[in-house]
Write a protein that binds this ligand. Structure first.
Ligand SMILES: Cc1cc2nc3c(=O)[nH]c(=O)nc-3n(C[C@H](O)[C@H](O)[C@H](O)COP(=O)(O)O)c2cc1C
Length: 174
């Protein structure tokens, strides 16, 4: 598959078999994250890889109705960043998330972006505080998002190039 075909095939996959992620595939996903570009090459991110079932279950409550797939995921990659390193930590961390999500799909794994920033956990805490406490994250780091990764139970069908919203593209002027 060429890169455009890989991008067409990339979908948010939320149903997993519950099996563990093979180490060599997990390592490649993490490498894809670390290969990401960042503003002034500051690399403000930190990744927390969660594979313990009990922690994944607790993590599934970090959002109201939007992180349930973590119960059955093989792992979660929680992305925190240090905003003191750069004012573009959101952009930098989003690229990391996107690259890891795409890499997972290219490796035949299912993954889904779970929004962390500006969201609430089931217990009413911010998702950030909930994750910080659960994962022992120091105060200077802030939460970007969580990537759930799992062995695929069901993969939605690939996006079709014919369905792209070409009207969103403007040439020369808006
Ligand atoms: C910034 C961002 C936040 C998202 N947050 C969530 C989320 O919290 N939970 C979830 O199940 N999916 C989440 N998604 C996945 C989107 O719902 C999904 O990308 C969108 O519906 C398009 O579907 P596709 O990824 O299969 O093409 C998020 C995606 C992005 C880019």
């Amino acid at each position: 598959m060429n890169l455009l075909e890989i991008m067409q095939n990339r979908r948010s996959v939320r149903t997993y078999t519950g099996e563990k992620i093979p180490k060599e595939k997990l390592d490649q996903i993490l490498q894809a994250g670390l290969l990401s570009p960042s503003g002034r090459n500051r690399k403000p991110w930190e990744f927390i890889v969660v594979q313990e079932r009990e922690t994944l279950e607790k993590l599934s409550h970090c959002r109201v109705g939007a992180a349930k797939m973590l119960e059955n995921a093989g792992c979660a990659i929680v992305v925190f960043a240090n905003p003191e390193k750069t004012d573009v930590w959101v952009e930098d961390s989003s690229i990391v998330m996107s690259n890891m999500h795409l890499m997972a799909d290219a490796l035949g794994l299912g993954s889904c972006w779970i929004q962390g920033r500006l969201r609430e956990a089931e217990n009413g805490e911010s998702t950030e505080d909930y994750c910080r406490q659960l994962l022992n994250v120091p105060g200077e780091y802030v939460l970007e998002a969580i990537l759930s990764v799992g062995m695929i139970e069901e993969h939605p069908k690939a996006h079709n190039l014919d369905e792209l919203e070409l009207a969103k593209i403007h040439y020369e002027i808006f």
